[in-house]
Design a protein around this ligand. Structure first.
Ligand code: NAD
Length: 478
């Protein structure tokens, strides 16, 4: 018997959760259920996190969480509970299998069986955003070595366990050389430890186009958070419906299982929604907690039901489907098929499908870190970069001098183009004089000088080298 936490969520959530629980219990799942309330009601009662403290305690105690989709109210400073849960509980890996069910579910991609392994804690989802000038806001994209190592290793271990042949990495490291560059570099490092599994890297734009057009070219695809969020919806949708895919959010201690779709409020309360996505999440959960035989039984019954043409509205197609059913009727049909196997679709065997245990991340010895300059960001309403350069040069000190000004990353001084559009957000890069080793005191002096000259500094970024290698991007055009 495993104790799990269940949240029925919002919109279609309660209907698909009832259907899911009914099916897995009928299949013999040994579960004790602790139900908690999360989502819209909690948000609107004034709790901006969408969850009460007692509910956190329940989730942390039980460690396994089955969650229906929730509605995050728009605006008003409500933080997404999904993102918070993934990060609070360290659920670093989001596994999203997307498989075609041809010829029973209409799809342009009959041969498609891919698993998206999405990094789940960092990237732009760090949610660190600031307005810095009248015209410019920023969002910090944070990528860490532990984040990359954990997710890439998870992808390879998953591929090994599931007998999958290839792991592909998607990044945009031709542009983001530091952040996506680190993800790609770690992928290359870890891939070497798995010589039996093929590996490849694609730039995300053409990779995404290829995945949408020729998904059969891929097997397991690992990617940073935002790309994984977007592309797993695309992948699920092109198998036939976003309502068909489930997801596992896995951490070292806790885990959360859900559908990949949202709360579809327009479909709520009408017995219309397809419970398959959440059911797939529940099957991933059953495997994770070691109830693999039950998981297998449910999956085979589900495949048989789809094969029988018993379809909810989202996948119903005249000529392919046999019977259009609601959420409850679909659940009933799956329950009736428990013990059966599909005859044309491939039945599953989950004999070795239990939770993966990965080695703990080991921090490497620190590199030799040297301060080699500073970027001073300035809010300035003028238009001529030469005028700004003249102003900024007055704050130089014995250690550093102005080497470049960029606007939105493009070099505008020295030798800028008059055609370049400039906002009120300027980056002024200072480099040490020849042969001078600078320290943070030079930066403080620079800021002090700027204050005296009434220059509106909005932030600084230190430029470092690690083991002698410059670890910051050049200006575009530099
Ligand atoms: P959505 O995924 O809820 O729905 C988009 C459309 O997909 C629906 O209108 C419906 O046509 C279809 N659809 C989705 N699930 C279906 C199902 N099970 N059966 C049949 N059709 C289905 O996306 P949205 O409308 O952008 O978001 C609605 C709300 O859900 C928002 O408040 C959003 O924040 C939230 N959301 C929650 C989660 C989560 O809890 N994990 C994930 C995504 C979105």
């Amino acid at each position: 018997m495993t104790k799990i936490t269940v949240a029925k969520g919002d919109g279609i959530g309660p209907e698909i959760m009832d259907a899911t629980i009914q099916i897995i219990l009928a299949a013999g799942a040994e579960l004790e259920i602790d139900e908690i309330e999360v989502g819209e009601k909690v948000y609107l009662a004034g709790n901006t996190s969408g969850i009460a403290n007692e509910s956190w305690e329940t989730i942390r105690r039980n460690k396994v969480f089955l969650k229906a989709p929730i509605t995050t109210p728009q605006g008003g400073g409500y933080k997404s509970l999904n993102v918070t849960t993934r990060k609070f509980l360290g659920l670093y890996s989001n596994v999203r299998p997307c498989m075609s069910l041809h010829p029973f579910v209409s799809t342009k991609h009959p041969i498609m069986d891919i698993v998206i392994v999405r990094e789940n804690e960092e990237d732009l989802y760090a949610g660190i955003e600031h307005q810095q000038t009248d015209e410019v806001v920023q969002c910090l994209k944070l990528i860490s070595r532990p984040g990359c190592e954990k997710i890439v290793r998870y992808a390879f271990e998953y591929a090994k366990q599931q007998n999958r042949k290839k792991v592909t990495c998607f990044t945009k490291d031709n542009i983001m050389k530091q952040t996506d560059g680190l993800f790609h570099q770690v992928f290359d490092e870890i891939a070497k430890e798995y010589p039996e599994i093929e590996n490849e890297h694609w730039i995300i734009d053409i990779g995404a186009a290829k995945m949408a057009d020729t998904p059969e070219a891929f097997d397991v695809i690992v990617m940073p958070n935002l790309y994984g969020d977007v592309l797993s919806d695309v992948a699920a949708q092109i198998t036939g419906s976003v309502g068909l895919a489930g997801s596992a959010n896995i951490g070292e201690e806790c885990s959360m299982f859900e559908a990949i779709h949202g709360s579809a409020p327009r479909r709520a309360g009408q017995n219309l929604a397809n419970p398959s996505g959440l059911l797939q999440g529940a099957i991933l959960m059953l495997n994770h907690i070691g109830q693999t035989e039950v998981a297998e039984k449910v999956q085979n019954a589900w495949l048989k039901t789809l094969e029988d043409g018993i379809h909810t509205y989202d996948i119903y197609k005249e000529g392919i489907s046999k019977q259009k059913v609601g959420t409850k009727e679909f659940a009933k049909a799956v329950i009736e098929n428990l013990g059966e196997k599909p005859s044309i679709l491939k039945s599953v065997s989950y004999a070795n499908n239990s939770a993966l245990t990965l080695p703990k991340y080991k921090r490497k010895p620190a590199a030799k870190k040297e301060l080699v300059g500073v970027d001073l960001f300035v809010h300035w309403q003028g238009i001529d970069p030469n005028e700004l350069a003249a102003k900024i040069k007055t704050i130089e000190n014995g250690g550093v001098s102005l080497s470049m000004i960029t606007n939105r990353g493009i070099k505008v001084w020295p030798d800028g183009f008059k055609e370049t559009f400039c906002t009120d957000h300027w980056r002024c890069r200072f480099k040490p004089h020849e042969g001078v080793q600078i320290s943070k005191a030079n930066i403080i002096e620079l800021l002090n000088n700027a204050l005296n000259k009434e220059i509106d500094t909005i932030k600084t970024e230190n430029l470092y080298s690690f083991d002698g290698k410059a670890a910051y991007s050049l200006g575009q055009g530099q």
